[in-house]
Design a binder for this molecule. Structure first.
Ligand code: M6R
Length: 614
């Protein structure tokens, strides 16, 4: 969702900004733009609907000189994606230009006030209201840009990450954030600004993450200054980035999604590294050690997440209830935050998010904290907002996930939840030593088993040709496989735009069975588990109605093979770990169907990688 890049230093800003925009493309956007100060009292703003490459094309004949600039990828909220609504937005006098991520909720009231003062608007955006407000405050109070931003932001309700440049002051960028991420990279005689570290990493590994209601005063040849809305200055806290550049490249794969699917044997090892000690058969998570008593005395676990992370949460529910015997509720963050939930001070809230920036999950965390609950974050992006706003947590350590469709982050979330469940179960004495050791040792075998499944890629690619005709899909699973049915369906929807429904297999006969005919592909996860025989009965029900069955089975499965039209064989594992294996062929199936349909797999339409607005 919207991306910000900024540069001030001795180099020409334009190529750095464009490269930065390309790095942020994965977040999802529909238009882009750039503002440059060319050093001759000219503030140039260029914008284009579509891809960053469209912007580059339209800038080819333009003046793109200047050592200071800001640039933006916009994911439309207020007003359709077009050149006028794209950022940056000029102020009325064209002395200021602003880019913005987030939503100004009271923009209509502010706009009405500004219209009364004689301001006119070109776009339908809330962002243009903000820059006009800043100019109005600046002119009417006769103050400098920093003070104007500070005063204007006090009038704003909503979320923002902003960057502003001023024609009259080519040595300055002002940036600020609230509920939307922003990082300042510190180079030698230069500064970078970005929504996340990906545009910064090739120039410097030193970054400062802005906190809510902080303003960065980024001045050429001056140290970075950070001040909050109440004018308190703060010493910038420099974080050293661990990310490497190759993690942001495709490494020979056609798409990031495919690369990320294939990375999973390694990423899961990275996720377990230092946590599972195979020799001692032990698992420790530092985020739990420091809060042992909380976990031991937990009355209930509430899991909050969205999308794929919510599916990981559902598996977490099964794990915690099976192993720890703690009641669990899993909620969409967006529902939780608005439904007056009952939260007890001895609840443990687990917030799961790949990006660590999902606005709904952040808001749900605040609600839980206000009610006195202990909040544990499971996140992938180091230094993102959720880990900084939770009491404790675990990183998934899978490196940047660029494909909009989450794959390696999901399997790592499930792995962290499994390690947590085993650890807490042991601390609470709720699991036998034998079971604990067995599951742990089998968890360590999962990466090798995923590697085996990945060898089926050519077969799955071949199979995908059979299904490109389909307009609808049903995915079925029971027990631990039910969340995987949901996840398989979501993956297909997101990247191929084929309608797909995930269902608990037994629920079929309560409605969806009406949809089954010879045209309907039904993907059934039918691995050897405690509900295997029941799933077979469900398959028979589909078969009787001529549905086309693609079954995910374990090797040497005869019963399902006899009924299914197609099968994909995966290795056996413990029932609770099966989701980590059965999801892999479904990721590959979605990927290949989407490729065959000519979809933009890494940047599917309308979707954003980090959903920073509600
Ligand atoms: O960054 P998060 O894990 O909080 O994101 C939650 C969802 O937006 C995300 O999982 C979304 O559903 C993905 N596109 C799934 O592939």
């Amino acid at each position: 969702m919207c991306g910000i890049v900024g540069y001030i230093g001795k180099q020409n800003a334009y190529p750095i900004l464009i490269k930065g925009l390309h790095r942020l493309e994965y977040r999802g956007y529909d238009s882009s733009g750039v503002a440059l100060l060319n050093g001759q009292n000219k503030l140039n703003v260029y914008k284009a609907k579509g891809r960053v490459s469209d912007l580059e094309e339209s800038c080819a004949t333009k003046d793109t000189l200047g050592t200071v600039g800001i640039a933006h990828t916009r994911w439309a909220t207020h007003g359709e994606p077009n050149n006028v609504n794209a950022h940056p937005h000029y102020s009325q006098s064209e002395n200021l230009a602003l880019i913005h991520n987030g939503i100004i909720e009271n923009y209509a009231v502010l706009k009405a006030g500004l219209i009364n003062e004689g301001y006119t608007f070109q776009s339908e955006t809330d962002t243009e209201v903000l820059i006009q407000l800043i100019e109005y405050v600046k002119v009417s109070n006769n103050v400098d840009l920093y003070t104007a931003v500070q005063l204007a932001l006090k009038q704003v309700i909503g979320a923002y990450a902003i960057a502003i440049i001023e024609n009259a002051n080519p040595d300055l960028i002002i940036a600020a954030r609230k509920s939307s991420p922003l990082a300042v990279g510190i180079g030698k005689d230069e500064f970078f600004l970005a929504s996340d570290a990906s545009p910064i990493i090739e120039y410097t590994n030193k970054v400062v993450y802005l906190e809510d209601e902080e303003i960065a005063i980024i001045q050429r040849d001056e140290p970075l200054k950070i001040v909050n809305l109440n004018n308190h200055e703060k010493t910038p806290q420099i974080t050293k980035l661990e990310m490497n550049l190759s993690a942001l490249e495709k490494g020979g794969y056609e798409h990031f999604m495919l690369k990320e699917i294939f990375e999973q044997p390694r990423t899961l090892r990275d996720c377990m590294r230092g946590r599972i000690n195979v020799e001692n058969n032990n698992v420790t998570l530092s985020g739990i050690i420091d809060h042992k008593a909380k976990f031991q005395n937990a009355r209930r676990i509430l899991i909050l997440a969205c999308g794929t992370s919510w599916h990981a949460g559902l598996i977490g529910e099964y794990l915690f209830e099976e192993f720890c015997r703690i009641p669990v509720e899993v909620e969409y963050s967006s529902e939780f935050r608005y439904r007056h939930p009952v939260i007890f001070p001895d609840d443990i809230v687990i917030a799961i998010s790949q990006s660590g920036e999902t606005a709904d999950t952040l808001a749900a965390i605040e609600l839980a904290k206000e009610a006195g609950a202990f909040v544990y974050g499971i996140c992938n992006v180091v230094g993102s907002s959720i880990p900084r706003n939770t009491h404790s947590g675990s990183y998934t350590h899978v490196g940047p996930e660029i494909g909009v469709a989450s794959t390696k982050a999901f399997t790592a979330q499930v792995t962290v939840l499994t390690m947590m469940a085993l650890n807490i179960a042991k601390e609470r004495g709720a699991i036998s030593q034998t079971r604990y050791e067995q599951t742990l040792s089998e968890l360590s075998n999962v990466p090798a088993k995923i590697k085996e499944i990945l060898e089926l890629n050519p077969l799955i690619e071949d199979l995908s040709k059979t299904f490109t005709y389909a307009h609808n899909f049903i995915y079925l699973g029971r027990g631990y496989s039910y969340p995987i049915a949901l996840e398989g369906a979501l993956k297909l929807k997101e990247i191929s735009y084929i309608h797909a429904e995930g269902y608990p297999a037994a629920e079929m006969k309560h409605g969806p069975i009406a949809l089954i005919d010879q045209e309907m592909p039904v993907v059934v996860i039918a691995t050897h588990d405690s509900t295997y025989e029941k799933t077979i009965s469900n398959i028979q029900e589909i078969k009787a109605r001529k549905g086309r069955i693609l079954a995910i089975v374990n090797k040497d499965d005869d019963k399902v093979r006899a009924m299914a039209d197609f099968i994909i064989e995966i290795p056996e594992t413990e029932e609770c770990l099966a989701p980590l294996l059965s999801v892999i062929p479904l990721q590959l199936l979605s990927y290949h169907i989407a490729v065959k349909k000519g979809r933009d797999v890494d940047m599917p339409r309308n979707l954003a990688k980090s959903v920073t607005v509600e």
